[in-house]
Write a protein that binds this ligand. Structure first.
Ligand SMILES: Nc1nc2c(ncn2[C@@H]2O[C@H](COP(=O)(O)OP(=O)(O)O)[C@@H](O)[C@H]2O)c(=O)[nH]1
Ligand SMILES: [Mg+2]
Length: 424
């Protein structure tokens, strides 16, 4: 799929998230190269990242002339900082994965709500927001459902992957949609299929990890972040919102947002945000960025600011308009155009920055080092003593790799996820 992001990297549109970062990194590297040349380190050091033989040149005890040149003005310089450039190039080559889940529901329980009303209230703007975030058609357009499909009977979990590229940085973005959540007559335990899906991805990862014949890179289908959409009622969280976030925040990074915030006045918005923050606190719901995982004082200052703003009141749109000669994503109304990326209009830009520009790596790190780790420890403790009996680590007598465990559904789910994930 040709993404808008890829197009943007060639076009004249303003630099977008990853692009901005890469540009900064390139500037830094350029500066570093210039500095090294000034210091007399020459191009050999700057080439050291290109491949092993080149880097070997740098460390190989060369002729005295070379050594003198290298150590010319700064004898103590070793070149350790070049690792950053090596890492950058490796990351560019490998690309990376980011998996976002979107959850939220409109309360249709009142019997006076007609099908027509429900149709109008079709959603909270989850798919639209994904398109707004990644400026391309990453989430399937909501199609008009047939009458019998209008009220899903069960929660479906739909996972769609996209290869997005920007300035040479490749990302496999997977959006996991959960239509049907909260739509049933009895919503008791309706968070369970979502919890199961998240755990299934951890299980799939674990099975790959403990396999004797491991893949060089384990495919990462773990849910890095779950955006929970709260309808703009201005009242308070509904019991299911609390139940979902209370349970799920223990296994995944939850980012709550107020959907369709253009329907609230500024005052209503601020009051609603305040109420939600208090309710989250009162119910012991620890949403992302979790205080206990701040790494240092600097982290704490930055994250405290984010925590004071959560939940972000967002507006989504995949419609482009021309405002003051600039192309913008917005919602045109009788009284003007809401510019989604304008912080005077809504808080979409803060959400985008958190998810993409400033905290994406941290979101992935917390998934791996906290949520997955908790799952892994629990799972391995459970199977303690029987560990070798897990089929995944038992090589077959003919020397071929063991089959994946049939009893543990995880790999089956992963395969299904993989198959689903490229349907576009
Ligand atoms: N007022 C308003 N409408 C929105 C917003 N985002 C999406 N919509 C509209 O809400 C409807 C449902 O959006 P959709 O993204 O399909 O919702 P989903 O079912 O949650 O995925 C569509 O008509 C969108 O144009 C928003 O921020 N504000
Ligand atoms: Mg949708």
């Amino acid at each position: 799929m040709e993404s808008a992001l890829a197009e943007e990297s060639r076009g004249s549109t303003p630099a977008s998230p990853a692009g901005a970062v890469i540009e900064r990194e390139e500037e830094t590297c350029e500066r570093k190269r210039e500095e090294q040349e000034r210091k007399g380190l020459g191009s050999e050091v700057s080439l050291s990242h290109s491949n092993m033989s080149e880097s070997a040149k740098v460390h190989h005890p060369g002729p005295p002339v070379k050594a003198e040149k290298t150590h010319g003005s700064d004898f103590s310089y070793v070149g350790i900082d070049a690792i950053l450039e090596q890492m950058r190039r490796k990351a560019m080559k490998q690309g990376f994965e980011f998996n976002i889940m979107i959850v939220g529901y409109v309360d249709w329980s009142g019997s006076h709500k007609t099908l027509q009303w429900r149709k109008r209230q079709s959603g909270l703007g989850k798919s639209t927001l994904m398109n707004t975030l990644f400026k391309s058609k990453v989430s399937r357009k909501s199609v008009q459902p047939s009458p019998e499909e209008r009220i899903p009977k069960t929660i479906e979990i739909k996972s769609v992957s996209h290869d997005v590229e920007e300035k040479g940085v490749r990302m496999k973005l997977t959006v996991i949609d959960t239509p049907g959540f909260g739509d049933q007559i009895n919503n008791e335990n309706c968070w369970q299929p979502i919890m199961k899906f998240i755990n299934d991805q951890y299980e799939a990862y674990l099975q790959e990890e403990i396999n004797i014949n491991r893949k060089k890179r384990i495919p990462d289908s773990r849910v890095h972040c779950c955006i929970y959409f709260i309808p703009p009622t201005g009242h308070c969280l509904r019991p299911l919102d609390v139940e979902f976030m209370r349970r799920l925040s223990k296994v995944v990074n939850i980012v709550p947002v107020i959907a369709k915030a253009d329907t609230l006045t500024l005052e209503e918005r601020d009051d609603f945000k305040q109420t939600i923050r208090e309710e989250l606190r009162a119910n012991g719901i620890d949403v992302y960025p979790q205080k206990e995982f701040d790494e240092d004082a600097e982290d704490r200052i930055i994250n405290d600011k984010i925590r004071e703003m959560i939940p972000f009141a967002v507006v989504g749109s995949d419609q482009e308009y021309q405002v003051n000669g600039k192309r913008i994503l917005g919602r045109k109304t009788k009284w003007g155009t809401i510019e989604v990326e304008n912080i005077a209009h809504c808080e979409f830009a803060y959400l985008r920055d958190l998810l993409i520009r400033t905290h994406m790596q941290n979101i992935k790190d917390i998934t791996g080092s906290i949520h997955y780790e908790t799952y892994r420890v629990r799972r391995l403790n459970e199977s303690n003593g029987h560990f070798t009996s897990l089929p995944a680590v038992e090589p077959k007598t003919n020397g071929l790799p063991a089959e994946q465990p049939a009893a543990l559904q995880a790999n089956g789910v992963a395969a299904q996820h993989g198959a689903l994930s490229h349907e576009m």
